[in-house]
Design a binder for this molecule. Structure first.
Ligand SMILES: CCCCCCCC(=O)SCCNC(=O)CCNC(=O)[C@H](O)C(C)(C)COP(=O)(O)OP(=O)(O)OC[C@H]1O[C@@H](n2cnc3c(N)ncnc32)[C@H](O)[C@@H]1OP(=O)(O)O
Length: 230
């Protein structure tokens, strides 16, 4: 993890973040709805072709101005992160189920409904999706003071198939050793745990410190991979 990670400053306050989210989150929800509708629709071929033409027109409108690559991670001056393209939780990413995680008393928790877009075995959640959500869970569980740790090793154990529908994620730190944080995570349905994971999360030695990132996004420095974090 390194020097070319995309940090940038968005010099905005909480009210502006809320305003932007109030516009993009409903758009992202609409796209999720579109994905679900395309999977489950039983309309005839003419309707499918008409829908495709309409969708292509929308794509052309959105591409009128766009970023070169991914969304990256923007920070405000007070270091609020906006990882809105994140594959598991991004507010602008319709591929992400609308997962929101929060930490209370050392336990990270989130509830999400996994619909048709997340199917693997018929009627059940794809194993890769379970691993994606657990990876995000252990990442946010290990993160401290907004500074991330990266997944070094993620061991996933599928105990039984997870039916499509509501699931709960819970994660807790089980130990630390230098730059390593050990995390246990669980994905459960109403009847209990279906998938569990153990992760070794690592704060990379080459990751810029919070002060370096702060200086970089406010234009006083460039984040480099060369200065070890303490
Ligand atoms: C805020 C929430 C964000 C959530 C995001 C979701 C989480 C993610 O998906 S992160 C993306 C997926 N992960 C990656 O891409 C990581 C890619 N790998 C790397 O960047 C590096 O190899 C990294 C950071 C894991 C280790 O790099 P580095 O800091 O140089 O480690 P290094 O100094 O060699 O080793 C430090 C310690 O970790 C151990 N270690 C190194 N790599 C691993 C590994 N892959 N697994 C387990 N342990 C490891 C070493 O043995 C060493 O242990 P000890 O201190 O006991 O000797």
């Amino acid at each position: 993890m390194s020097a070319d990670m995309d940090f940038r400053l968005e010099d905005i306050d909480d009210a502006e973040i809320a305003r932007r989210l109030s516009i993009v989150e409903p758009l992202t929800d609409s796209v999720r709805d579109l994905v679900d509708a395309v999977i489950r629709t039983e309309v005839d071929d003419a309707e499918l072709i008409a829908a495709r033409t309409a969708i292509e027109a929308i794509v052309t409108r959105l591409r009128a101005r766009q970023k070169d690559k991914g969304y990256g991670v923007a920070f405000t001056r007070d270091f609020t992160g906006m990882p809105w393209g994140n594959a598991a939780t991004g507010a602008r990413n319709a591929v992400a189920p609308p997962l929101r995680l929060s930490k209370v008393d050392g336990v990270t928790r989130g509830d999400v409904v996994l619909g048709a877009a997340y199917e693997g075995p018929g009627g059940h959640v794809h194993g890769g999706i379970a691993a994606l959500l657990l990876d995000q869970l252990v990442g946010e569980t290990a993160a401290a003071d907004n500074m991330p740790s990266f997944t070094g090793t993620l061991t996933v154990r599928y105990l039984r198939p997870t039916p499509l529908g509501p699931v709960t994620l819970t994660g807790r730190v089980t130990g630390t050793e230098g730059r390593k944080t050990f995390v246990h995570g669980e994905l459960s349905d109403a009847d209990g745990v279906t998938v569990e994971a153990d992760a070794v999360m690592i704060r990379p030695k080459s990751f810029p410190s919070r002060d370096q990132i702060s200086a970089a996004i406010t234009g006083h420095d460039t984040p480099t991979a060369d200065k070890p974090t303490p």
